[in-house]
Ligand binder design. Structure first.
Ligand SMILES: [Zn+2]
Length: 137
């Protein structure tokens, strides 16, 4: 019982952490979620304790980071559903709104703002396959 774990990602909400956990487990990586219970009980505590941490065993760290990298390249909607191109149905869609660097940590709080201010923010997406640009309602 002396295994070493690495935190590979931090999320503000456990819903997002659960989605990513599922993706990692699909790749055969065992994932542990830290602080999950506390946050679900009181979302306001999330920031204070640093969010929901996804942890993996040390030996899985490199593979986990690789999987995380491939996930964050493409866009998901507010429910964590992969966004597909309206033209060719490809999943290789990127959000053009320029939040890329912030995305993994702040994406959900930004999404909340977008939802609260739907008139002001239009999210535009770009398909890497057919080069289609499109907007979603
Ligand atoms: Zn396309």
């Amino acid at each position: 019982m002396n295994e070493n774990f690495s935190s590979v990602a931090v999320f503000q909400y456990s819903a997002e952490a659960q989605i990513i956990k599922g993706r990692l487990e699909a790749e055969g990586i065992t994932v542990f979620i830290a602080d999950n219970h506390t946050i679900d009980t009181d979302p306001l505590v999330s920031n204070a304790i640093g969010g929901v941490k996804l942890k993996v065993r040390k030996e899985d760290e490199a593979k986990a980071m690789e999987v995380l990298g491939s996930i964050s390249k493409y866009s998901v909607d507010d429910d964590g559903v992969q966004i597909r191109c309206l033209e060719c149905n490809s999943e290789k869609v990127e959000l053009l709104t320029n939040v890329k660097g912030l995305k993994s940590f702040f994406f959900f709080s930004l999404s909340f703002l977008f939802t609260a201010l739907p008139i002001y923010i239009k999210r535009e997406y770009y398909c890497n396959v057919c080069k289609n640009k499109f907007k979603l309602q």
